[in-house]
Write a protein that binds this ligand. Structure first.
Ligand code: UGA
Length: 429
């Protein structure tokens, strides 16, 4: 099967590379010429474990190629995935102009039947817009179908998630489209759920909203643990043992970030409002998430007093480990608030520093955690990179101005650090 993927962002690129790995002939398109130039040289624009190797191998096998031309992809591929970005507008709604533009271009390039599949995360009813856009731009007599096939991969484990999904959701009104997509995904041996297009769109937003809600729920409980002397890790385990609830996404911490959960919450709240539903629950999910950062700064002030001119070291900048992605990272909100308090900031991230420099200024970027620790009055662990697990805490302590550690991810053994005379504080422990 020949597949075209429009948009070489996270989802598009992983989708294209993985489909080629499955043996399909794939052409990936992006309107960013520089990105395409690098991809043609076998260089991925994002850090994702295993992706570059897989990309190169499939390029060598001539199953994967890159182009700047939608027309080329449409002429060569029976199935076209739209995986362009849907950023948040100032008013919180999803900006679908790229989806619309690409749909128009696809339509104009079509000379025979094509199946157009939404892979970008989009609000419910976007499929209708894609259908209408194609219908009004396609040459007369050319048949086509539209489907929604949301992607559930996570950054950092994207290849595994794509290749071993919990489920594949196919939303479309067309039996022909279902047959094509079932055949396409068959090698993955995953449960396939065929729905109408709107339900598929809603599944994606609901899944991300539910995950965000789980995180904010456990963070709210973590705050109660802190005030009552309970341990959130034990509470989460006790809840998670109930199969109806499960363990996943019950790790308390400084909050969620990334390109998806925060953006999708905004978009979901807005599309619900448009449909006449005030989804207050999700607004509280956002508020709890924001308060995790504010609460961390308060904790620090409780230990150190005024933060003015105190040096605060930050370990980890990306929104989670194994990615260089800084979008909506909790570290950004934390740094802003520390700056407001006139603290001096040092920070380090194993992979994300170059990217972080595009988002953060006025801080001291360090070459390793020890340089961060030197003369710092506190360290805040924001991202649980493996590299931070086994630091030499004797050395860290000797370098610090005051031995204070705020563990924003409950990553360390608090007792062991307290035994080393650190003032240690986790999130709900
Ligand atoms: C999320 C979803 O998990 C994917 O299923 C979805 O496909 C993706 O969004 C998307 O819509 O494209 P991702 O943003 O890559 O994936 O990362 P997650 O692993 O979900 O983590 C999101 C944030 O939640 C991170 O900041 C992480 O540190 C935080 N988190 C996660 C917690 O604070 N606690 C947890 O228990 C789990």
């Amino acid at each position: 099967m020949h597949i075209g993927v429009i948009g070489c962002g996270y989802v598009g690129l992983v989708t294209g590379v993985c489909f080629s790995e499955m043996g399909y002939q794939v052409i990936c398109v992006d309107n960013n010429a520089e990105k395409i130039r690098k991809l043609k040289q076998g260089k991925t624009p994002i850090y994702e474990p295993g992706l570059e190797e897989m990309l190169k191998a499939n390029m060598r096998s001539r199953r994967l190629c890159f182009s700047g031309s939608i027309e080329e992809a449409v002429s060569k591929s029976e199935v076209i995935f739209i995986a362009v970005d849907t950023p948040t507008r100032k008013n919180g709604t999803a900006d679908l102009s790229n989806v619309k533009k690409v749909s128009r271009e696809i339509a104009k390039s079509m000379n025979e039947y094509r199946l157009i599949v939404e892979k970008s995360t989009v609000p419910v009813k976007t499929g209708e817009m894609v259908y209408d856009t194609i219908k009004s731009n396609v040459k007369e007599g050319i048949d086509f179908d539209v489907a929604s096939n949301p992607e559930f991969l996570r950054e950092g484990t994207a290849i595994k998630d794509f290749m071993h999904p919990d489920r594949v959701v196919i939303g479309t009104a067309s039996a022909r489209a279902v047959t094509i997509l079932v055949k396409l995904y068959e090698p993955l041996n995953a449960p396939i759920l065929a729905t109408d297009i709107k339900s598929a769109e809603l599944i994606k937003h609901s899944a991300n909203a539910f995950l965000a809600m789980k995180i904010s729920f456990i963070n709210a409980i973590a705050n109660i643990c802190e005030r009552s002397g309970a341990d959130i890790r034990k509470v989460a385990k006790g809840i998670g043992l109930d199969k109806r609830i499960g363990f996943e996404f019950l790790k308390a911490g400084i909050g969620f970030g990334g390109a998806c959960l925060p953006k999708d919450l905004d978009a979901f709240i807005n599309i619900s409002k448009k449909l006449g539903v005030d989804f207050k629950l999700l607004r509280e999910v956002q508020d709890i998430n924001d308060r995790q950062v504010t609460g961390t700064v308060k904790k620090l002030e409780k230990i150190l007093g005024k933060l003015k001119n105190k040096t605060v070291g930050i370990l980890g900048l990306t929104y989670k480990p194994d990615t260089d992605d800084m979008r909506n990272a909790p570290s950004l909100r934390l740094i802003d608030q520390l700056k407001e308090k006139k603290a001096k900031i040092k920070c380090y991230d194993p992979v994300g520093i170059e990217n972080a420099k595009k988002y953060i200024n006025g801080v001291n970027f360090c070459k390793d955690p020890y340089e961060v620790a030197r003369d710092s009055s506190a360290l805040i662990l924001v991202t649980e990179w493996n590299e931070f697990k086994y630091l030499n805490f004797y050395q860290i302590k000797s370098l610090m101005e005051e031995p204070v550690i705020i563990d924003g991810r409950n990553f360390y053994d608090g007792k062991a650090l307290r035994d080393l005379s650190f003032k240690y504080q986790g999130m709900g422990v």
